[in-house]
Design a protein around this ligand. Structure first.
Ligand code: CA
Length: 469
């Protein structure tokens, strides 16, 4: 659940905000499932399955109304879509499979054997409405649960199946993540997902999608599916994939295989923010965009500071320190490159309890940065235009300018420091002009000289955004 806005060149500027929502279909835990434990993709909170009619987020009608209301308010909606796995099969069935080493997916750790597995999905509560397809073991490549050997931690690869090739290479092949792993080569699986895409787009009128866990799914399927749904709806259908890896080459490879159809979250940038936050003034701010997608492939980079997996106690915990968050948000919201994504909990704050890796329960408070994020959004809306000039010339204090264009003649100057209070001499294109710091960190205005230059200050470990008056 992130709110995102974009102003990247080549992308529509008709509307400023898009909202990403979690998977809205029925998961294995029914009304409590966050949505990633995918059970039935045709049940948007409509059928009595897995203990409830509603999903965690409400009934189908409430879901459709929420989308409509957001769109009426000028917000486009992107839906979270999980193609990797299914969970919560209705019936077990017998098959043959070979147990593989979970740490090295190419290494068998036993003979081909009879197994009994939960892979038969009949969806009794839906009773064939919208789709009559039942899923069987042969629609999947692998599972990790065998009724005959419940102590085993093996991944069972079904007879005559292979792990998908176009996936991340961690663990030999990172095709398998959880549950029943879809066989993306199977024509009935491909056909059903394409049919579902038409059905889902017609039913919900969504504007785009977020593909979950794309590094575990045959990459070549995404452009096929997208182009199918684009053709059906006649809509451009923006798509962003969650390829959570700080290996920039893996991201480039995915972009190549998918023909540039799918943008990616800039995980390497997030990791730079995490490192910078932890390192204080030891981090060289001139390197903040080093090895990131937004630097190397800006048109396909969805930039973010934090998300629901990196936040405290979550599966990929790598928290960006609170003091650094305003700097990080300035770096994604006030620059030309990238399609920025704001994390709900950074904006509204969050308070929750969860278990850590040590099994202990912890209570977490995440601060709301709403006030300063709103300031940045206003600056982006009014001043995020025209030429951008970087002054990345000091390890602790960097800055940049946006010089405006014909329609937006104002200038914006951003200066930030991860060390002591500092200043930077920058050229604004606005001679003898007064600038004020909209973050209110520094009250005294600055006036540029006859050539449009001035020394723009910021406080220690802080960011100031100076805009022309
Ligand atoms: Ca997979």
């Amino acid at each position: 659940m992130e709110r995102i806005s974009r102003q990247s060149p080549g992308l529509s500027r008709r509307r400023n905000y898009r909202r990403l929502v979690a998977p809205a279909y029925k998961g294995i835990s029914g009304g409590y499932d966050v949505g990633y434990g995918v059970y039935d993709i045709f049940d948007l909170g409509e059928f009595d399955q897995k203990g409830s009619v509603r999903t965690k987020y409400g009934t189908k009608d409430e879901y459709l109304n929420a989308i409509k209301t957001a769109q009426k308010a000028g917000v486009q909606v992107y839906a979270d879509v999980v193609f990797n796995h299914k969970l919560g099969a209705d019936l077990p069935e017998k098959a043959q499979a070979i147990p593989m080493d979970p740490g090295d997916r190419h290494r068998p750790i036993g003979e081909m054997q009879d197994v009994e597995v939960y892979t038969h999905f009949t969806f009794p509560g839906r009773a064939g409405q919208y789709s009559t397809m039942e899923w069987h073991w042969w629609h999947f490549d692998s599972v990790d649960y065998n009724i005959y050997d419940t102590d085993s931690n093996a991944i069972y690869l079904f007879k005559d199946k292979q792990f998908d090739q176009g996936v991340d290479l961690e663990k030999g092949s990172f095709d398998y993540l959880m549950g029943c792993d879809l066989d993306m080569q199977h024509p009935e699986v491909q056909g059903e997902l394409k049919y579902w895409g038409e059905w889902f787009a017609d039913m919900t009128n969504i504007d785009g999608v977020r593909f979950d866990a794309v590094k575990h799914v045959e990459a070549g399927f995404f452009p096929q599916w997208l182009n199918h749904v684009r053709e059906h709806t006649g809509k451009p259908m923006f798509a962003v994939g969650e390829y959570w890896s700080d290996h920039i080459e893996a991201l480039h490879h995915f972009i190549k295989v998918t023909g540039g159809n799918v943008a990616l979250f800039d995980a390497p940038l997030h990791y730079n923010f995490t490192e910078a936050g932890k390192s204080g003034n030891n981090f060289d701010m001139r390197r903040i965009f080093e090895g990131t997608l937004v630097k190397q492939q800006p048109a396909l980079a969805v930039t973010l500071v934090e998300n629901h997996d990196s936040q405290p106690l979550q599966s990929l915990e790598s928290v960006v320190e609170g003091w650094f968050k305003p700097l990080a948000y300035a770096l994604i919201l006030l620059r030309q490159e990238g399609y920025p994504c704001i994390f709900y909990a950074d904006y509204y704050g969050a308070h929750y309890k969860d278990r850590g890796k040590d099994g202990q329960e912890y209570e977490i408070w995440m601060d709301s940065h709403q006030w300063i994020i709103d300031k940045f959004l206003e600056a982006r809306r009014d001043f995020g235009f025209g030429e951008q000039h970087d002054y990345f010339d000091h390890a602790n204090c960097i800055g940049w300018t946006r010089l405006g264009d014909e329609e937006h003649p104002g200038s914006m100057v951003v200066v930030l420091s991860n060390g002591d209070a500092g200043f930077k001499s920058m050229e604004t294109g606005q001679p003898n002009r007064k600038f004020v710091d909209i973050t209110e960190h520094i009250e005294e205005p600055i006036v540029t000289d006859d050539e449009g230059w001035a020394e723009f200050p910021c406080q220690a470990g802080s960011v100031s955004v100076w805009v022309s008056q």
